[in-house]
Ligand binder design. Structure first.
Ligand code: SF4
Length: 129
């Protein structure tokens, strides 16, 4: 079954249990996060969040390879991705999130909230070589 994360007409209706056999295509889409997400991830501590300008924090996280983009106006960070588009937190072999318990809100809300609510870019897991 062909799926293109950028083409919503190729997405499937989400059903419980689907993630167990999925290639985690949702984790190849850009993930926007805010400061509380970064604190929960342990990438920023509460003191830094309160006392450092967000753009300085963005610079530090960008240098560390954690954040790929920062929207200054809205103080929204985008998680860094690998060259193939995978989220930097995605295990490339197991296709599981390595920070699942502290993952950002955007990830928690998917697929109920997103470009096509109740649907996701499901694709069967491919064997890694
Ligand atoms: S943080 Fe985890 S759940 Fe969210 S996109 Fe990255 S790998 Fe997927």
């Amino acid at each position: 079954m062909f799926v293109d994360v950028d083409r919503l007409d190729t997405w499937s209706q989400y059903k419980s249990g689907m993630c167990d056999r999925c290639h985690a295509n949702c984790c190849t889409m850009p993930v926007e996060v805010r400061m509380p997400d970064l604190i929960r991830l342990g990438w920023v501590d509460a003191f830094e969040a309160e006392h450092s300008p967000a753009k300085n924090i963005a610079k530090r996280l960008s240098k560390a390879g954690l954040v790929g983009h920062f929207n200054f106006k809205h103080e929204i960070f985008t998680l860094a991705r690998r060259a193939n588009g995978d989220c930097r937190n995605l295990d490339p072999v197991t296709r599981r999130c390595t920070v699942y318990d502290v993952r950002p809100s955007t990830c928690r809300l998917h697929p109920q909230v997103g470009p096509k609510p109740g649907h996701c870019p499901y694709g069967p897991r491919q064997v890694q070589r």
